[in-house]
Design a protein around this ligand. Structure first.
Ligand SMILES: Cc1ncc(COP(=O)(O)O)c(C=O)c1O
Length: 343
């Protein structure tokens, strides 16, 4: 029985349980359907089993040892990964000095010792590149590192050589945690960079960023044998509507329909790029449109795009970043193309 069928069995029962709305009292009527799916753990017949089944299915899709559904973003996956590997305050965790704040928060929460590395810049676009294994090795030589956290892809779409970094980690007996928050589509297309799930011990992916998921749905993939400390930071009342969308999201991405949609997105962006020879495109991930034009600063480009009713994700002095993903239709890309041609 799937998640949604289990929830439907509750519709005809008079529930004297939490949540008190009992799927029938809609304070916010526009969210009626959300309330209908909002059951609580105590409402359901063996819900844990249901969740275990759905997560096992997910692990079989991704080829991981475990895949956990997260209803509090990649943030919670990073926290859980670090908490799981740290065994004491002397443990050193190697992290990027400019990483998402969840990385340092995780290290602080675990009571471990942060050691920071830097990554090189792509000066042409004014953004950070991926992590070089050779830049990490000196830290491994000088310190006993319990785990290293890398961000791949970067926000701007630069991918690190995760395979080589994992080999380095194996040499020094170190866990590898990959923040693939912006790469949730990678396992479903060979036209995108390779996902870290094949190599790393822990990988977090935000379904809500690029893969069509609701905020803040995400996944934590685990490939090592470890006592996973996800429960320490998780509510005992997970959102079933969100869990249900995670299950449906994975099934969609793994279906021929989902894969076709990703392929269409990629082809549309290839077409967009080819039709704009006056622009330069950066990064390793085509779905993250990192763009610049000779003679125009990133801020100027951003402002001009805004005058065409187009808002970018992030801008610097040199380049502008426009994010796409499941849900970015050709019509939207055509509007972008038209605006860029007119600028
Ligand atoms: C690189 C990176 N890692 C992690 C996160 C956290 O992801 P979430 O919002 O799913 O918690 C973000 C969010 O912006 C991010 O950009």
């Amino acid at each position: 029985m799937g998640f949604d069928k289990l929830i439907k069995t509750k519709f005809n029962i008079n529930l004297f349980t939490t949540p008190s709305h009992s799927q029938r009292f809609f304070i916010f009527k526009k969210f009626r359907h959300f309330y209908k799916y909002d059951i609580s753990e105590t409402d359901t017949h063996n819900p844990e089993e249901m969740l275990v089944e759905a997560e096992k299915f997910a692990a079989s899709v991704y080829g991981t040892k475990q895949t956990k559904f997260l209803t509090n973003g990649s943030t919670s996956g990073v926290l859980a990964s670090v908490l799981s590997v740290v065994s004491g305050c002397c443990d050193n965790i190697l992290l990027w000095s400019n990483a998402h704040k969840s990385h340092l928060n995780a290290v602080k929460l675990a009571g471990a010792n942060p050691i920071f590395y830097n990554v090189p810049n792509d000066d042409k676009f004014g953004v950070p590149r991926g992590v070089n294994p050779e830049d990490l090795e000196p830290y491994f030589k000088n310190f006993k590192i319990k785990a290293v956290i890398i961000t791949s892809p970067s926000y701007e779409g630069y991918v690190s050589d995760v395979k080589a970094i994992k080999e380095l980690c194996n040499k020094y007996d170190t866990f590898l945690i990959v923040d693939e928050a912006h790469g949730a589509l990678y396992p479903f297309s060979d036209k995108l960079p390779e996902s870290a799930i094949k190599y790393a011990d822990f990988v977090v992916q935000s379904l809500h960023k690029t893969a069509g998921g609701l905020n803040p749905t995400a996944l934590l993939h685990v490939n090592c044998d470890i006592n996973l400390k996800l429960d320490i930071i998780s509510t005992t009342s997970p959102s079933y509507p969100l869990l249900l969308t995670i299950e449906k999201n994975i099934r969609y991405l793994n279906s021929s329909r989902g894969k076709k949609e990703i392929s269409k997105l990629i082809n549309n962006i290839i077409e967009l790029r080819e039709s704009l020879p006056e622009y330069d495109f950066g990064g390793d991930d085509i779905t993250k449109i990192l763009i610049k034009k000779e003679g125009l600063s990133g801020f100027d480009l951003s402002e001009k795009l805004y005058s065409f009713n187009i808002e970018d994700e992030k801008t610097n002095d040199i380049s502008t970043l426009l994010l796409t993903g499941i849900g970015t239709k050709k019509e939207k890309l055509d509007k972008l193309k038209l605006a860029l041609k007119r600028i």
